[in-house]
Write a protein that binds this ligand. Sequence first.
Ligand SMILES: CC(C)(COP(=O)(O)OP(=O)(O)OC[C@H]1O[C@@H](n2cnc3c(N)ncnc32)[C@H](O)[C@@H]1OP(=O)(O)O)[C@@H](O)C(=O)NCCC(=O)NCCS
Length: 175
Amino acid sequence: MPQPKYARESLTTMTEMVLPNDTNTLNNLMGGRLLHWMDICAAIAAQKHSNRIVVTASVDNVSFSVPIKLGNIVTMQAKVTRGFNSSMEVNIEVWAEDIPAGTRVSTNRAFYTFVAVDQNGRPIEVPPVIPETDAEKDLYTSALRRRQLRLVLAGRMKPQEAKELRALFGVTDEG
Ligand SMILES: CC(C)(COP(=O)(O)OP(=O)(O)OC[C@H]1O[C@@H](n2cnc3c(N)ncnc32)[C@H](O)[C@@H]1OP(=O)(O)O)[C@@H](O)C(=O)NCCC(=O)NCCS
């Protein structure tokens, strides 16, 4: 198994300015453009952690509750929360800044899953993550539940095999 790595080693920050070609007719950043930027930022974090080529396996739900305006500065920060076998979960947070107005708001957050692959595109082992801060430790622990939930939703795990989720909902073997 590859040597464990600290979560902080994968920290990746990416900054973009919202230009006219990034917006819809209301002059707000298009959701698809933001997802594209987030995918790149999160993929770089996953590459830093695994030192491998990575592919996006899934993205958990992303809400667009705050519009990001033309001219805003978008900052994304991504970090690997946990490595499993060949897959890694990446937490990404997004902020929008209006520099002339002096405002900065948190706009989005998502969990991406990336799989490290070899030169033939086959999944390959990734290093375990060493969490250090309280936030990193919380994300590390809860990553197992999120993994089980997304694998159940993707039809890759039977609900009865999702032990962490069963424990969370107080379900025992008796039902
Ligand atoms: C992701 C991919 C490599 C998985 O390949 P596979 O043959 O299904 O491999 P496995 O069944 O061995 O799964 C490999 C890992 O992917 C994870 N995985 C697969 N589908 C997943 C999903 N929907 N959500 C989260 N993790 C997933 C598995 O849990 C496994 O993780 P682990 O090794 O840490 O336990 C393959 O499906 C693929 O290449 N997909 C296309 C990726 C791509 O093109 N992304 C860009 C999309 S625009």
